[in-house]
Design a protein around this ligand. Structure first.
Ligand code: SF4
Ligand code: SF4
Length: 397
């Protein structure tokens, strides 16, 4: 509680109540109340800590309706540390009123997924489902959410415990694969390694990495985050590497901001951009969805993605008007707030559709999942791909 009080006083000095955060918040247009964007959510936290407001379900609801995209932090002229304050507020909420069954189960399943038994179960499920002639399954959730989820593949966790050597090695990268790539998008993981090797980097994938803990941190389960972080730091310390590479900006943000690692953390696209790799497309029209956490957490400039896509010879890039707007996924948010998530997703899909692009590229596996779900749901004839997959496909050997 003491730590939270400290942060709250800091907030009181920093937030000038300008309301600029309202203009970029994906949840405000649907909630249309002061508690529906950062200024109001922060004010509630402050009032609770000062003892001016009891921590009721109504207050908790305002915090739970936040997608934690952190676009408010990105736009804030006063550098208000929204994430730090709201995660502590949610941690206090968890200790006072509990986290709710759906969120608790969701967070626990992310931990179990990376246990020995969990990995085995996903692999077996992947082997059984691999021959099925579809890539996604329609999954209903008890909250009313229905999503097209990728089916696990036989490749699940297949990169673990291996070293992929570059022919002429410039340096060594530790690839923090992340839960989504591990369980569902193994091919994307292979493609990231292919690109890093071609750019001259040996890639190490540790055997026993668990979830980065960002979903736990953002949900206010700080003890679970600390547990995962300490496990991962110990596992990473067994290897000798120059930098960490990610293909998920949420993992990257957590590693950069909350792990206290001295070595740099790069998005794979930053390394490809710095390389001399060349790409040749086949006349596709491309558009790009910039994941919120790539600029709000990892602070990667979207220039990196546009410069890279413009390097693909023969293809044409069509910038979407709202290329940096949230896709509505936000992990557990899409399950616990299904209606709002679907509305945000619908707007995103409409904006992408207007570009008339054939291919939608992005750099976050969560956004890939949600945009694939969105184009399918709204019958939009666009293919969604992780940028690593398209770069590997168009790479000139
Ligand atoms: S933009 Fe920053 S300073 Fe302005 S109201 Fe939002 S949090 Fe406060
Ligand atoms: S994190 Fe995103 S959803 Fe939450 S208040 Fe900030 S802009 Fe709005």
């Amino acid at each position: 509680m003491e730590k939270f009080v400290e942060l709250s006083l800091d907030l009181a000095q920093k937030c000038v109540k300008c309301g600029l955060c309202k203009s970029v918040c994906p949840t405000y247009p649907y909630i249309q109340e002061e508690g529906g964007f950062a200024r109001g959510r922060l004010a509630l936290a402050e009032m609770v800590v000062r003892g001016e407001l009891p921590l009721t379900e109504e207050v908790s609801k305002q915090w739970d309706q936040c997608a934690m995209c952190r676009r408010c932090e990105w736009i804030c002229p006063n550098n208000v540390e929204y994430k730090e304050i709201i995660t502590k507020a949610k941690d206090m909420q968890r200790e006072t009123t509990g986290q709710g069954i759906v969120k608790s189960l969701g967070l626990k399943s992310l931990e179990l997924l990376q246990s020995k038994l969990g990995r085995k179960a996903v692999k077996v499920a992947g082997m059984l489902m691999d021959p099925l002639p579809f890539a996604e399954l329609k999954v209903p959730f008890p909250t009313g959410a229905v999503k097209f989820m990728p089916k696990p593949t036989a490749k699940a966790f297949g990169l673990r415990g291996k070293v992929f050597k570059a022919e002429e090695e410039k340096g060594k990268l530790l690839f923090f694969t992340g839960c989504m790539i591990d369980a569902f998008y193994g091919k994307t993981g292979e493609n990231v390694i292919k690109l890093m090797n071609k750019a001259g980097y040996t890639v190490i994938v540790p055997e026993d990495i668990k979830c980065c803990g960002a979903p736990h941190y953002y949900s206010g389960n700080i003890p679970a985050f600390e547990r995962l972080k300490n496990h991962n730091l110990e596992e990473m310390s067994k290897h000798n590497f120059d930098a960490i590479v990610v293909a998920c900006p949420t993992c990257g943000g957590a590693l950069q901001e909350d792990y206290g690692i001295e070595k740099p953390v790069y998005d794979f696209a930053q390394i490809v951009q710095e390389s001399s790799l060349k790409f040749k497309g086949s006349g596709n029209r491309l558009t790009f969805h910039v994941p919120c956490h790539s600029y709000s957490a990892m602070k990667v400039s979207d220039r990196v993605f546009y410069e890279l896509t413009e390097r693909i010879e023969g293809d044409q890039v069509k910038k979407a008007e709202k290329d940096k707007s949230c896709c509505g996924f936000a992990g557990l948010f899409s399950i616990t707030n299904p209606r709002m998530s679907e509305q945000i997703q619908r707007e995103k899909v409409e904006d992408l559709r207007k570009t008339e692009a054939d291919l939608v590229l992005t750099t976050c596996p969560g956004c890939v999942l949600n945009l694939k779900d969105g184009v399918k749901r709204h019958k939009v004839n666009q293919e969604v791909l992780h940028l690593a997959d398209y770069l590997a496909e168009t790479l000139q050997e």
